[in-house]
Design a protein around this ligand. Structure first.
Ligand code: ANZ
Ligand code: ZN
Length: 819
């Protein structure tokens, strides 16, 4: 039976709290370590195994760092605004504020039962007016700096969530949250100008220690593309339009041009006889998602506008078509089509019988079209013979002379749409006045409080618009009647800066004191799910850079090092969900096994970045291991108390080897969050310990030192258990924090202990291993030869042979050449 139980958990949690053990020390900034986990979303009312996996094991890492002498800051809080609470309210009638508050209380209790070193004094809750006041401040600052603007645009609309979505929230054409297919709506919305930082967001990726895959995803999302913008004049008209191309070297191969159906020029260019067909086509295009429209395999469609454009390089007239494979929102919403060298243009040209003209020479054996090919330019007048790369430069130079072309960089990244037509969020701090237009709420009037009594059942309009009490106000400029903006901010705005609030969370004068934040940040280690790659993690980087440029921050990147933990699946190998009935409730297991067993199982059962399926057998085996360690520590204590000899012998050397071997391996494993192998090493170390205490006579001093190292090494995984045993071996009477194992240093490695007195060497005959034997280290080559030749297997194998040569490779092998 185990002595370890939740009673021990509670005892130490109380003691830690009473002695403020984990308080951050502002006088020890040279060793500060800001450890951050993505804060939790208080929707499910309960902490699940995944939270534990993220928070519990990062806490293990932080404890390890603390024992190494770091001054750890590890805050926790709640990302408390958002749709789930609101949808829950619609279903049950319980107000989001009430349900959120209750959920937070439950989750706080559960988080405390974990026994993590959270700095609870620094908690932030984003739906608290004391927090969202500063979210609104942030919005106003961005507005002041020209980084927030309002515009009418075709935006993504989720008909089920009844709100607009940012591009980042649309995944494969569907709503990231509910999976409903997203439609387009023309709406006036607020945007943040993240595109101003596109280049810096790209370049900064080279300076941070993040998973390569996440960096690649951000890179792709930003989608920097270098090319040229080329101006085509419309024949017999004063109109002209630009196209964006990455292959200006193929300009001589343009046989038609295409406008996106939404391009505003379409109406002006369409001739009378083509009007009906074009109108019908435009209507049809509205129904297609951008994803479908970009598909390479989808059948191309389009209509002729009736007008012609003039190729600026050779004056050739080419027909202007309208087709939905050109997107309105990328580049200029118009392309020059080169069917000989572009796959989509080729498909389109073949379907509509448009000419195809090759302008890049074919490689040997590649005479058939289509292909997209880099090589030597042909049929391009004076540019013939240039490579594509040279051509790109020279053609633009030529166009530039006439003001008809220039180098251009394009991005896939769009500005971040932040207004939402929902209730449960921070109100957009703006006022609309008939006379003065859009006027920001003065800073001293923040927060714009979210009213409690609001009819929030969704009907596609902003619920706040229906609250007379909220919406009616006076204009800060002219004092006349005006109304407040009825939208709320995307919850990703709240989470884009929370890590800046933690260290100075009580500041009521400003969102944070710059001096404090500049000394506490950047965050040294950030851990959270990979699903945030192109949303939260991109937004937070943008906001950091924007606030830096506004003079509030002195660093460029918020998160220096990032790790994504894996996913813990249900016992059936599927993602845990209530409907599947495969969820694991941490609370039940903790009641049965104690929080340390639960945590250690998560550490041992999975490769941290991979995760895997929960196993009851797995946690039981960890419970047995802890029981074994208890017995081991108990017997060790008895033997230490008995006393014994003090000389050093072989058994002791062997245990000392395991001790330092464990220190070395566990230190490097935990460092890189490789917890499962670290625990495996602890198990090996336990085996060595139990072997030693069975010796007839032991060295009690040495045993005690070794046992304490063991307790320290296991402490990051079993904090309560280790505190209990550390104190039983080293009772402490002082009044300060000296009692805690977490205030003792991490065990020190003695490399000398790893050098074995004996090494195993292989003995070969003619290159084939015939035997292995142990030899003392430090003996001469001659002695090694002698031992090898005397080995019984070797003697036998050499019978009747002549020894030609004996080669000794010290410490590893002896090769005997014999005929
Ligand atoms: C002529 C050409 C010839 C092109 C060729 C490609 C190959 P990325 O790399 O993604 O930036 N394009 C430009 N604007 C577009 C839009 N709004 N909708 C759909 N396609 C558009 O792609 C740039 C290329 O995609 C451009 O270069 C243009 O086609 C097309 F052998 O111009 B190219
Ligand atoms: Zn006004």
């Amino acid at each position: 039976m185990s002595n370890y139980s939740t009673a021990i958990d509670k005892k130490w949690q109380q003691k830690w709290e009473d002695t403020k053990l984990y308080k951050f020390n502002p006088d020890k900034m040279d060793k500060k370590l800001y450890v951050l986990e993505m804060f939790s979303y208080p929707s499910g009312a309960n902490l699940h195994a995944g939270h534990w996996y993220n928070y519990g094991l990062v806490d293990s890492w932080a404890r390890f760092k603390r024992m190494q002498g770091y001054n750890v800051f590890q805050p926790m809080g709640f990302d408390a605004f958002g749709l789930p609470a609101e949808n829950y309210a619609i279903k049950t009638g319980i107000h989001p504020w009430d349900s959120t508050k209750k959920n937070i209380e439950t989750m706080e209790k559960q988080l405390k039962a974990m026994g993590a070193m959270f700095n609870w004094d620094n908690e932030v809750v984003t739906c608290d007016p004391e927090y969202y006041k500063w979210t609104q401040w942030l919005f106003l600052k961005l507005y002041e700096k020209g980084l927030a603007y309002r515009k009418k645009a075709p935006v993504n609309w989720c008909p089920s969530c009844n709100t607009v979505l940012a591009n980042e929230q649309v995944q494969d054409g569907s709503c990231e949250r509910c999976g409903t297919e997203v439609t387009k709506k023309d709406l006036t919305q607020w945007f943040l100008k993240i595109t101003d930082y596109a280049d810096e967001l790209l370049e900064g990726l080279d300076t941070i220690d993040w998973p390569e895959k996440t960096k690649a995803m951000q890179k792709h999302w930003i989608g920097r593309s270098t090319g040229a913008e080329v101006t085509f004049k419309v024949k017999d008209s004063s109109l002209s339009f630009d196209v964006f191309t990455t292959r200006v070297d193929t300009l001589f191969g343009v046989t038609y041009v295409v406008l996106a159906p939404e391009n505003p020029l379409v109406d002006q260019l369409t001739t009378t006889e083509n009007k009906t067909a074009v109108e019908a086509y435009k209507d049809e295009a509205k129904k297609q998602s951008d994803i479908e429209r970009q598909s390479l395999t989808r059948e191309k469609t389009g209509v002729f506008s009736g007008s012609y454009a003039i190729n600026p390089i050779n004056g050739k007239e080419v027909p202007i078509w309208i087709a939905d494979y050109v997107l309105a929102t990328y580049g200029t919403g118009a392309v020059m089509a080169v069917p000989a060298h572009d796959e989509r243009d080729y498909a389109f040209a073949t379907k509509y019988n448009l000419p195809i003209e090759r302008v890049i020479a074919a490689k040997k054996g590649e005479s058939t079209l289509p292909y997209v090919e880099y090589g030597v330019m042909v049929n391009s007048g004076k540019f013939d013979g240039l490579t594509t790369e040279e051509g790109k430069e020279k053609v633009v130079e030529e166009l530039q002379k006439d003001g008809l072309g220039q180098q251009k960089v394009n991005y896939r990244l769009r500005d971040w749409l932040v207004s939402r037509q929902r209730y449960w969020g921070a109100p957009v701090p703006m006022i609309h006045c008939d006379k003065c237009g859009t006027v920001p709420v003065p800073y001293d009037q923040l927060p714009v409080e979210l009213p409690y009594n609001v009819e929030f059942a969704p009907d596609g309009k902003s619920p706040l618009a229906k609250s007379q009490e909220f919406i009616n106000t006076t204009c800060p400029k002219c004092g006349g009647h005006a109304h407040r903006d009825a939208d709320t901010l995307d919850t990703f705005v709240c989470s884009s800066w929370y890590y800046l609030r933690y260290p100075d969370n009580k500041n009521s004068q400003e969102p944070f004191n710059s001096e404090i934040i500049n000394s506490m940040l950047p965050v040294d280690k950030y851990v959270g799910g990979p699903e945030h790659a192109c949303m939260h993690l991109l937004y937070a980087r943008f906001i950091t850079k924007a606030l830096r440029d506004a003079g509030y921050l002195s660093f460029d990147e918020p998160f220096l090092s990032l790790t994504h933990q894996g996913l813990i699946l249900g016992p059936d190998g599927f993602k845990m969900s209530k409907s599947r009935g495969n969820t694991i409730s941490p609370d039940d297991y903790i009641k049965e096994f104690g929080s340390d067993v639960f945590r250690m199982y998560l550490a041992f059962g999975f490769a941290y970045v991979e995760g895997g399926a929960w196993s009851d057998d797995g946690i039981k085996s960890i419970a047995r291991f802890i029981e074994r360690v208890e017995r081991l520590l108990g017997s060790s204590k008895e033997r230490i108390d008995q006393g014994g000899k003090t000389t050093i012998d072989k058994a002791e050397k062997e245990l000392n080897f395991w001790r330092h071997n464990s220190i070395k391996a566990i230190t490097s494993d935990i460092e890189i969050l490789q917890f499962n192998t670290a625990v495996a090493r602890l198990m090996e170390f336990a085996n060595a310990l139990s072997k030693y205490i069975q010796e007839d006579s032991i060295n009690p001093e040495f045993l005690k030192e070794t046992v304490i190292d063991f307790i320290k090494l296991i402490a990051p995984f079993t904090p309560h258990f280790s505190e209990e045993y550390y104190n039983s071996f080293c009772p402490y009477e002082g009044a300060d924090n000296g009692y805690s194992v977490f205030n003792q240093g991490w065990p020190e490695l003695d490399e000398k202990a790893l050098i074995k007195d004996e090494v195993e060497i292989a003995i070969q005959i003619n290159g084939k291993i015939k035997a292995k034997t142990n030899i003392a280290t430090g003996i001469s080559e001659e002695e090694i030869k002698e031992i090898a030749l005397a080995e019984p297997h070797i003697v036998e194998a050499l019978e009747g042979k002549n020894i030609v040569k004996v080669i000794v490779i010290k410490g590893r092998l002896v090769n005997i050449v014999a005929k």
